[in-house]
Design a protein around this ligand. Structure first.
Ligand SMILES: [Fe+2]
Length: 125
């Protein structure tokens, strides 16, 4: 199950996302959809709904985490998985740390700590 754009925007508002974070998320969605659409024209089969939802919601809990100092990738993932948005939650879980173990297509948070681990050079993306 993947939330619609309207549902994503409602969640962004419900979670009190700061204006600059919401603007960032909308821009991430615009760029990610452009790249994904172009890749699909070249034969990829990227789920554009998943890309849009994950882009819009990747910082869903960041505003709260600025206060609590929690890992917003993990808390956002937990919130979304709790709503039944499992696939979106998996993408959100890995938007700061990309973990990969075994299956090259796996993006499961359970694989974190595996043999491949990439860290962004930027904090609090
Ligand atoms: Fe982030």
């Amino acid at each position: 199950m993947i939330p619609t754009k309207e549902e994503c925007l409602r969640l962004m508002s419900q979670y009190g996302m700061l204006e600059n974070i919401a603007a960032h998320s909308l821009e991430v969605a615009r760029v990610a959809l452009f790249i994904s659409t172009e890749l699909n024209k070249k034969g990829q089969k990227i789920d554009l709904g998943l890309v849009e939802a994950a882009s819009l919601l990747h910082d869903l809990t960041k505003t709260e985490c600025l206060r609590t100092k929690e890992d917003h990738a993990q808390t956002g993932s937990q919130v979304l998985k709790g709503m039944g948005y499992e696939r979106v939650g998996e993408v959100v879980a890995q938007h700061i740390w990309l973990c990969k173990e075994g299956d090259s297509t796996s993006i499961s948070g359970a694989a974190c700590g595996g043999s491949w681990r990439f860290r962004s050079s930027r904090k609090n993306m």
